[in-house]
Design a protein around this ligand. Structure first.
Ligand code: SF4
Length: 144
């Protein structure tokens, strides 16, 4: 039997309590819709799975040096979470190369998962670079 297409999905959208505040952003119909469309789901939370903790202080993307340096994921106290995140993102992209995703559905407005310019999240940007053919949606987009 052929392998099901893989969908990489932000875990908080599937109901995992992995947000900075220890809560989730579950989309009630998302998991069922993906499964009905034949996808196997790989649920990921870059921030919790990388070891940043949950709950955790929130972070945001800032260009370092300003105004147009590379984006860094910084907490309000200046802690730079970028190296921790980038290590996990690198390992995850390597593992996904063995089975590239057919679709990604990521949480909007996140410094890790956010899809939209001008500052897409670090994980979303890495997926877009590694898998340019793969549609990368956020939770507000209709499924293909
Ligand atoms: S948006 Fe991404 S990093 Fe943030 S809680 Fe959801 S899955 Fe984790």
């Amino acid at each position: 039997m052929p392998e099901a297409p893989l969908a990489v999905v932000s875990a908080c959208l599937l109901g995992r309590d992995c947000r900075y505040d220890g809560r989730n952003k579950r989309m009630p119909d998302l998991e069922g819709a993906l499964r009905a469309a034949g996808y196997e789901i790989r649920s990921v939370c870059p921030e919790t799975d990388s070891g940043l903790g949950c709950p955790r202080p929130p972070m945001d993307l800032h260009p370092v040096p300003p105004p147009d340096g590379p984006l860094r994921a910084l907490r309000a106290d200046g802690t730079d979470c970028t190296p921790v995140l980038e290590r996990w993102i690198g390992e995850t992209v390597v593992s996904l190369r063995e089975r590239p995703p057919a679709l990604c559905v990521l949480k909007s407005k996140s410094p890790s998962c956010g899809v939209r310019p001008p500052r897409p999240g670090l994980f979303a940007a890495a997926l877009a670079e590694a898998f340019p053919e793969t549609p990368i949606l956020d939770e507000n987009d209709p499924l293909p």
